[in-house]
Ligand binder design. Sequence first.
Ligand code: 6PG
Length: 247
Amino acid sequence: MGHRNRVHVFRNQEEISPFLCNCWREISTESIRRKGFFAVALSGGRTPVPFYRNMAETLTDVPWEKTHLFLADERFLPPDHPDSNYRQLKQTLLNNREIPFENVHPVPVETPDLQASAEKYERELTRFFKLSPDQFPCFDLILLGIGEDGHTASLFPGSPALAEGKHLVFPVVLDQTRYHRVTLTLPVINHAENIFFLVTGENKATVARKVVCQEDLSLPASRVRPRSGNLDFVLDQEAGSQLTRQE
Ligand code: 6PG
């Protein structure tokens, strides 16, 4: 594995957003120079909300017409549901920046069932990245969060989704409180060029230590290890409060 791990601990969210915006700018410039477009997969959850808002305000100088936005995961809900990740992205970023409609690739949720949604999103990835069978897409940037139970995207501890080695997208059946979900699979995530974990708040301090320092493989987030790309953990002081140099 040739990945490079870096850990960044900031005082607060106000310091994190400019850092992430700069990373976005640099990676986007380089990707567009190299191949003409910049492909990103974004997560839902509460943590990235301030960052998406900040991006909408400050990233006025990036070529949005060459930027393609996908979702790392989605709840199988109507797109206007308050817990839809697409809705959140729309309210924080998409409505506030001029991003061409065709550059936004939400998980299709208006399908007969969860399986059909996952299959349709997989076809969309295959089409966009011009993949032949057995190939995985190479996202330039994937932004992930970590749940207190160690889940990331919609890859939960003990889930059959973790064993998926062939498909790009997986339908995740959960209880009603967490909704059924559609998620990118581990091989897709691990083929990315740059992966950022964004983790904030005291309630994430224990899981952050387990993932960053102990690499506890029972936690799905610890199984995110890019094959040759970069892995950056971006934390605030609270989430980083239990990190130690050696474990
Ligand atoms: C989602 C996510 C999920 C999230 C974590 C952390 O749709 O909820 O993509 O993996 O990143 O659950 O969520 P919070 O940021 O809300 O703590």
